[in-house]
Design a protein around this ligand. Structure first.
Ligand SMILES: Cc1ncc(C[n+]2csc(CCOP(=O)(O)OP(=O)(O)O)c2C)c(N)n1
Ligand SMILES: [Mg+2]
Length: 227
């Protein structure tokens, strides 16, 4: 148990160091850690399914501390549907009196992009949606489908990319513009922390592009040595 806790703390430190290093490109864990670190105990963090909860768990030391935000997430089937609307609802409910921030993958965001549509006479929440955009379903690259030892032929790799990677190339900035929703594309976790620290009203989307091909090697690097 002691060794387990020590490894967890070491992992949290590694992710935290990467999150505050301006020269390090953003990764799922460093984005999740940056978001959690930017929030206080009167804020609410809405978590989409897929890599977000895993990325947050990787840097969980931050959430275990006093002052951590309340986390809201769907339970059960772990659907990627309806999450933008859920975040809008949580924002409108105004839970802890602070900010509402959602952390979603790009497919989760696209699945419910219509959640950005708020009629002119309807109440509009103050909501920041952080979208980790790896142009597809990144989680699958960390599971059996993405295991190089099982990758088979070039044809089967292409089929895996098509069926599980599901790249889309959607222009999220244009999508947000269609709804007149503020959008920022953010290249570093330092810039992300800066934006999260600025007061915002209405809905805004902070898109963080991340290389999907980097998920599995990163996970392998962060995993403790066997034994
Ligand atoms: C409604 C629904 N359809 C399909 C799935 C299967 N599924 C689980 S994770 C995932 C990919 C999600 O991609 P994204 O939101 O971009 O997150 P990432 O894996 O890249 O972190 C899919 C399609 C699901 N959970 N729910
Ligand atoms: Mg994705």
């Amino acid at each position: 148990m002691g060794a387990w806790t020590a490894l967890g703390e070491e992992l949290t430190e590694q992710v935290r160091a990467a999150s505050t290093d301006p020269s390090a490109g953003p990764t799922g864990p460093s984005v999740a850690t940056t978001v959690a670190a930017a929030l206080g105990d009167d804020d609410v963090l809405v978590l989409g399914s897929s890599n977000g909860p895993r990325d947050l768990a990787t840097g969980l030391g931050l959430l275990a501390q006093p002052g951590a935000p309340r986390v809201v997430a769907g339970r059960g089937l772990a659907g990627i549907d309806g999450t933008v609307s859920t975040a809008v609802g949580v924002g409108l409910a105004g839970g802890g009196g602070g900010r509402t921030v959602a952390l979603l993958g790009d497919l989760t965001f696209l699945h419910d992009a219509n959640g950005l549509l708020v009629g002119p006479d309807e109440p509009r929440p103050d909501l920041t949606v952080v979208v980790v955009n790896d142009d597809g379903g990144g989680i699958f690259s960390t599971l059996e489908y993405g295991d190089p030892a099982r990758s088979g032929t070039a044809g089967s790799r292409a089929a895996t990319e098509r069926l599980f990677g599901t790249p889309h190339g959607t222009d999220l900035e244009a999508l947000c513009a269609a709804h007149r929703v503020e959008h920022h594309r953010v290249g570093t976790t330092v810039a992300l922390a800066d934006l999260l620290g600025r007061p915002a009203s209405g809905i805004r989307v902070l898109e963080v592009p991340v290389d999907r091909a980097g998920h599995r090697p990163l996970r392998d690097r962060l995993r403790p040595p066997a034994g």
